[in-house]
Design a protein around this ligand. Structure first.
Ligand SMILES: C[S@@+](CC[C@H](N)C(=O)[O-])C[C@H]1O[C@@H](n2cnc3c(N)ncnc32)[C@H](O)[C@@H]1O
Length: 535
């Protein structure tokens, strides 16, 4: 990697400014926030530091080629013009992932296949032999995004998206993505010096992320990065990474603050315990069964940060939206009774704020997968009249310092929310997936035109009503913006990877097949359009 290349980090929509701040702290330059991610410049060492330390970034992409691509020949020509021999050898395995936005092509599988063909042909002519495809665990992952006729080709430095920290050894119904949990804590200005309480902790993501922040643990310390396997940069990256990892281990400290997690669901608590153990936090996070609306077994005089994403819908079917409002009201009463806790609450239910009946002193609109949410910040009731603890907390979308704008990087303009593909094992989610699969028989273009954006699933809805609401809202939102997301993306195994011997359209015929299933495109912007394909 030559000195200081332009890179692009993807993030959940609504958290881009937080990511830009984080990247600034990590020492990279020419930071420019965009929708769905942040562009920046970094040399190899800085880029590796970002890969190791970003808590909010999902993918780190290095654009290696772009051009106007009309028709199949255009795709081939642009891809063929990239000097792949600088990045791969015939012994390197690779995979191509593609996503589309307002494209003449309706099948991302076709696009990926053309790019694969061009890469292979170029390598054969330049290096004498072609590299093999490995759709599961490639050495080099090529990320293609076609927006209109503009094709952008990038290499993914990290491989598995960075939200996969490695501690999620078991799943609950609606876990928060790790990167989004970190963004919530960052928005709450959590500095690791106050106690943390999550009385609806589910699998414990917020507590684990808070604990790692407080412990100054690099979130990707123990996970491999794709760049380590690159033939060109791997040899330079490996020793640098070894140093960066050693440095990261040296700054780590024991978790200095108490962390309390409660949930009324014993299964969720069992998952949280497993995840906490896997995160190396056994003993640092106290987990107990409790009802968040009742008095919580906390030490007397406890204070700190209450951070939660309360359920969005009425999973237990006790009273629908009315029941939820009454639940939120009781949470508000509990907040008042606790007194000394400030709160950061990620609300996905529009009725939350009024039912909670406290005045927030800060708010941020963001997306939890396909679900529009509001992060509400509340000062501690006991601190009324004193300085607002949220003072200076960044609101949504603050302007970046013009000095940080990068005029010479082509615009990256995702237009859709991050989309999650978390497995949702519960019956309702399966039913939704079945419906989407049925709709998936229509082409991506047809779905786009029909405005089926809302058929995609976010990760944070835990009931039927909530899922409908999330889909409806998202659908309306996407339609307003005049684009749509392909419903087939809701399934985790539909990541589009071009495989050997595939013919265009084959992926759809292979429904139920395992590895080489073709995936429908993200209807997002260049580069950032790929951000949601991780789950
Ligand atoms: C949206 S999930 C939280 C997910 C969590 N942030 C994670 O990442 O896994 C909401 C959680 O609230 C819990 N919950 C619902 N009602 C509750 C109550 N009255 N008291 C305690 N927990 C409750 C549910 O069991 C569920 O685990």
């Amino acid at each position: 990697m030559p000195p200081r290349l332009p890179l692009f980090a993807t993030a959940a929509r609504g958290t881009e400014d937080l990511l830009a701040d984080e990247l600034g702290e990590l020492g990279v330059t020419r930071i420019r926030r965009d929708r769905g991610g942040v562009r920046f410049h970094a040399n190899l060492s800085e880029a590796l530091r970002v890969c190791l330390w970003t808590r909010l970034g999902m993918r780190i992409l290095w654009p290696v080629g772009e051009g106007e691509a009309r028709g199949a020949d255009g795709l081939y020509a642009v891809a063929r013009s990239v000097p792949w021999e600088d990045h791969l050898t015939p012994a390197t395995t690779f995979a191509v992932e593609a996503s589309l936005q307002r494209s003449e092509h309706s099948h991302s599988g076709f696009v990926a296949l053309k790019i694969k063909d061009a890469l292979v042909d170029r390598m054969r002519s330049r290096a004498g032999r072609r590299p093999d495809v490995d759709a599961r665990s490639p050495d080099v992952r090529v990320v293609a995004h076609l927006a209109g006729t503009r094709l952008q080709l990038s290499l993914d430095l990290v491989g598995e998206p960075l939200n996969r920290r490695g501690y999620r050894v078991r799943q609950t119904r609606a876990p928060l993505k790790e990167t989004l949990a970190a963004a919530v804590l960052r928005a709450a200005r959590f500095a690791g010096d106050e106690a943390v309480l999550d009385p609806m902790c589910g699998s414990g993501t917020l507590l684990i992320e808070a604990a790692w922040m407080a412990a100054r643990r690099a979130p990707s310390l123990d996970r491999p990065l794709a760049i380590e396997r690159w033939p060109a940069l791997g040899p330079a990256a490996r020793p640098l990474l070894a140093d960066l990892r050693a440095e990261a281990r040296a700054v780590q400290r024991p978790v200095p603050v108490p962390l309390w997690g409660f949930d009324r669901d014993p299964e969720a608590l069992a998952v949280a315990r497993a995840c906490v153990r896997a995160a190396g936090l056994a003993g640092a996070v106290e987990l107990r069964a409790a009802d968040a609306t009742s008095e919580l077994p906390l030490p007397s005089g406890a204070s700190g940060l209450w951070v939660s994403n309360p359920p969005y819908g009425d999973r237990l079917g006790t009273g629908g939206q009315k029941g939820m409002k009454s639940f939120y009201f009781q949470l508000g009463e509990r907040f008042e009774a606790l007194g000394a806790f400030r709160a950061a609450l990620l609300a996905g239910n529009p009725g939350f704020e009024s039912a909670f009946h406290h005045r927030p002193s800060g708010r941020r609109e963001l997306w939890n997968g396909a679900i529009p949410c509001t992060l509400l910040l509340y000062p501690a009731p006991a601190a009324k009249g004193s300085a607002d603890p949220w003072r200076g907390t960044p609101a949504s979308e603050p302007a970046l310092d013009p000095a940080h704008q990068t005029p010479d990087v082509s615009p990256v303009r995702p237009e859709h929310p991050e989309v999650e593909h978390e497995r949702q094992p519960h019956r309702e989610a399966r039913a939704g997936a079945d419906a989407r699969r049925r709709q998936g028989r229509r082409s991506g273009q047809e779905r786009a035109e029909a405005g089926h954006a809302g058929q995609r699933q976010g990760g944070e809805v835990d009931d039927d009503a909530g899922q409908r609401r999330g889909r409806d809202q998202h659908g309306q939102d996407a339609e307003r913006r005049g684009h749509a997301l392909a419903s087939a993306e809701a399934e985790p195994d539909r990541r589009h990877v071009a495989g050997e011997g595939e013919q265009p359209g084959q992926g759809r015929k292979r429904r139920g097949g395992r590895s080489k299933r073709l995936r429908q495109p993200h209807r997002g912007g260049p580069l950032a359009g790929i951000q949601g394909e991780d789950e």
